[in-house]
Design a protein around this ligand. Structure first.
Ligand SMILES: Cc1cc2nc3c(=O)[nH]c(=O)nc-3n(C[C@H](O)[C@H](O)[C@H](O)COP(=O)(O)O)c2cc1C
Length: 219
């Protein structure tokens, strides 16, 4: 769907998710993430960039597993520490994954995906047309209930900072793995919150599309 159509539908409150083509299981298990290898850090920084053209092919499960772990997985199990920082270690940013078969929430402890809505919400995650057909859109959501110890006036800023750190992890992982990605803030917040069924304590922060660069073979 093109951007103008999305803007018009959004104004009418009619920007809605699609019914998925296939039924998906409530839990999507993932292989253990590969926690070694990849490109040297300085090279990944050299290749980090935003890309907006994606092949419509799904990522393989191992690639999805590695990507989610890089974004916000547990890297110090004894402390429950994550790959990205959060103010007072509140770990308030929830990572949602919009796939063609449904919307899932990443559970770092179990390292798996739990279904949040049996809908294809990809096209509601942004006004730009590529979000509809790219294999996945990540959505960063702040859970304010997790931030009771953070002063109220600082919760939103801290949550955006934490989401930004996760997004940069994704950028560097994508640079290393030969994937395309772009972080995005231009989306219909009302339509997306509704499509995702977010609760009163949840605040949409950012979205990020990930996929194979257009014309690439499956990863
Ligand atoms: C907070 C934030 C919001 C952004 N929102 C969008 C967006 O909605 N759509 C988009 O295509 N790019 C978006 N971008 C990506 C920027 O356009 C991009 O980072 C910038 O042009 C620099 O390009 P580079 O990332 O390749 O260095 C956003 C970046 C940031 C940090």
């Amino acid at each position: 769907m093109n951007t103008l159509t999305k803007l018009a539908l959004g104004l009418m409150g009619q920007l809605k998710p699609l019914q998925p083509a296939v039924d998906a299981a409530a839990t999507l298990t993932l292989p253990a993430p590969r926690r070694s290898g990849g490109m040297p850090l300085m090279q990944a920084l050299l290749h980090r960039e935003s890309q907006r053209e994606f092949a419509p092919k799904a990522l393989r499960k191992q690639m999805l597993s590695d990507l989610l772990w890089a974004a916000g997985g547990i890297n110090r199990p004894e402390l429950g520490g994550r790959t990205a920082p959060s103010a007072m270690n509140a770990q308030e940013v929830q990572l949602y994954v919009a796939l063609p078969q449904g919307l899932f929430r990443y559970e770092p402890k179990a390292h798996r995906l739990e279904m949040a809505a049996a809908m294809d919400v990809r096209r509601v995650t942004g006004y730009q047309d590529f979000v509809d057909s790219a294999p996945l859109d990540l959505v960063y959501v702040a859970d304010h209930a997790q931030m009771k110890l953070v002063p109220a006036a600082q919760r939103e800023g801290f949550a955006f900072a934490a989401a930004g750190a996760m997004a940069q992890n994704v950028y560097l992982f994508c640079a290393s793995a030969g994937l395309a990605t772009v972080i995005r803030a231009w989306f219909d917040r009302h339509a997306l919150a509704q499509a995702m069924g977010l609760g009163p304590d949840q605040q949409l922060l950012l979205a990020q599309t990930v996929g194979l660069p257009k014309g690439d073979a499956p990863a």
